[in-house]
Design a protein around this ligand. Structure first.
Ligand code: NG6
Ligand code: CA
Length: 518
């Protein structure tokens, strides 16, 4: 009798254990199928790459097979915009979904810039983190680091990416032409030896400190303007620094570092949804490619740097394929501003340009608000999910936060990412619509804006001067307002302002209204 009772209890216990186990297994299966259905996101941001610099956008003499393949298999946008024609404000908008002119101090950040993004700001990374994503930024940051007194290069570099939603980071802290040439891993300078502290400043640290001016003849790449302060790796930079000798990188190896880190990070997070912001330094000056890419084009370092960037894109795809993630990953590829030829170093960008058109059919480039400064190669790639096509709908990098949040199934608070538009339908549906209107800006100090509404483009230059309009840095005098019909005049050469006063007046008002919105 006792034996039977024990048997019964054991049976009940076994059934209870088994049923709970199966519920647990079912829950696990659900969890993993949920995470599989959540796509991974990779934003690949080039630096200073022009609309016409890749094969799929018309380049004939610079091979970019990897980017071209993405375009062929995905959506190639012909009206894709970065939000500013310099780096810092564009990066600010990409992360925060906010136009940079709304935030003071978002112009090109100097070497010792404190962190620019206000504490507590919702970003593309913090949003995705709330949806269970692993997040990382690998590459050029250029949004400042540290509190109001600037970066503590020998200590903890907070606030930084870790305070804006990134779990990890591996950074070029400023630009490759600004000091210091070191990596920041998470919140510290990588490989910094405490006995050789890093000092960064904007004044010569000693009378005999070698600079691009005192040692010009010994440089491996001569400067043409600016860039004549501290020398590292045979190249003089913007700003001064000493120390951190072991922590310094070789410019030639930068792309290899980004690729190696991206490969490591993707593999480590292959079984959970992830967001990787991959922001290469390429093709920013000084354009110093790895030895294996030197001379691969007839356009000198600028062309070779595009080939090297394309290679790094190809390597990321290889990693995704190897991890079997290529069908479940959306890549958005774009550039932070339009092209520039001589941006401070004598690297034959002008002399060896030949017939290549860095800004494609457009006028202008980096530093101005003509289309060449803002219209960027923009490709969305997500095999099996996006119908391959060319789209002329308007999309901007400021739209990435809300678009990716929507694809991750998130609701975004209306006060967050206020200028970002959810364009997920535009990606998923060939009949989806882009933006009705868009405001773009230059570096942000001179009151220059571009305002696009459909085929119309208003150019506003309060200073009545614009730089790099003909891809030469000499300033050009321009009227305060100009109006162009991009459908018939993509090169912005025929000012229609006087012929279309109503259209112009309306756009001037609507632009101002958008600027004034808080
Ligand atoms: C300019 C630099 C230019 C580049 C740019 C920022 C000089 C003369 N020019 O001030 O070389 O560094 O800033 O580029 O110093 S960006 O792509 O990071 O915005
Ligand atoms: Ca740039």
């Amino acid at each position: 009798m006792q034996h039977d009772a024990l048997k019964g209890i054991l049976w009940i216990a076994a059934i209870w254990i088994l049923s709970n186990l199966s519920v647990g297994l079912a829950q696990d299966a659900l969890k993993s199928s949920e995470s599989i259905s959540k796509p991974n996101f990779i934003v690949i941001l080039a630096d200073d790459l022009g609309y016409g610099d890749t094969g799929c956008y018309g380049a004939k003499t610079i091979p970019t097979p990897n980017i071209d393949r993405l375009a062929q298999q995905g959506i190639r946008f012909t009206s894709g915009y970065c939000s500013a024609s310099t780096c810092t404000p564009t990066r600010y908008s990409l992360l925060t979904g906010k136009y940079a002119f709304r935030q003071k101090g978002t112009g090109v950040a100097p070497p010792n810039s404190p962190s620019i993004i206000p504490a507590g700001t919702t970003t593309i990374a913090s949003l995705l983190k709330t949806a269970g994503y692993k997040t990382s930024v690998i590459g050029k940051w250029h949004l400042g680091l540290g509190g109001p007194s600037g970066p503590d290069w020998n200590g903890t570099l907070r606030p930084g990416p870790l305070d804006f939603g990134f779990d990890e980071c591996f950074l070029l802290p400023t630009t490759n032409d600004r000091v210091p040439q070191v990596f920041v891993k998470n919140d510290r300078v990588l490989d910094l030896d405490a006995s050789d502290p890093l000092w960064v400043g904007d004044k010569k640290p000693s009378d005999n400190h070698p600079t691009g001016q005192t040692h010009r003849r010994e440089l491996k790449m001569n400067w043409s303007h600016g860039h004549n302060a501290t020398i590292h790796n045979g190249v003089s930079r913007i700003g001064f620094y000493t120390g951190g000798t072991k922590a310094r990188f070789r410019d030639e190896d930068l792309s290899d570092h980004w690729v190696r880190e991206a490969d490591r990070w993707i593999r480590a997070h292959r079984s959970e949804p992830f967001f990787l912001y991959f922001c290469s330094h390429a093709i920013h000056v000084p354009r110093i490619v790895h030895e294996r890419f030197a001379g691969t084009t007839k356009h000198g370092p600028r062309g070779d740097a595009i080939v090297e960037f394309d290679w790094s894109v190809g390597q990321i795809i290889e990693t995704l394929k190897d991890c079997n993630l290529d069908k479940n990953t959306l890549i958005l590829l774009c550039s932070d501003n339009g092209p520039v030829l001589d941006d401070g170093y004598e690297d034959r960008a002008i002399e060896d340009l030949g017939d290549h058109d860095p800004n494609g059919p457009f006028r202008g480039g980096k530093y101005n608000v003509f289309e060449g400064g803002l219209r960027t190669p923009m490709i969305a790639w997500w095999p099996g999910k996006l119908t391959p096509r060319v789209s002329d709908q308007i999309i901007c990098i400021v739209d990435y936060p809300r678009t990716l949040a929507a694809l991750a199934g998130l609701q975004v608070d209306p006060k967050d990412c206020p200028d970002s538009v959810d364009l997920s339908r535009l990606l998923l549906d060939p009949n989806g619509k882009g933006r009705d209107s868009l405001v773009v800006q230059d570096n942000g100090q001179s009151g220059s804006f571009g305002y696009r509404e459909g085929r119309w483009k208003l150019v506003r230059c309060d200073s009545q001067r614009a730089n790099n309009v003909e891809l030469r840095l000499t300033p050009t005098k321009v009227p305060k307002y100009q109006l162009f019909d991009l459908e018939v005049d993509p090169g912005e050469s025929i000012d229609l302002l006087e012929k279309n006063p109503e259209q112009a007046r309306g756009m001037i008002e609507r632009l101002q209204k958008t600027i004034d919105l808080q």
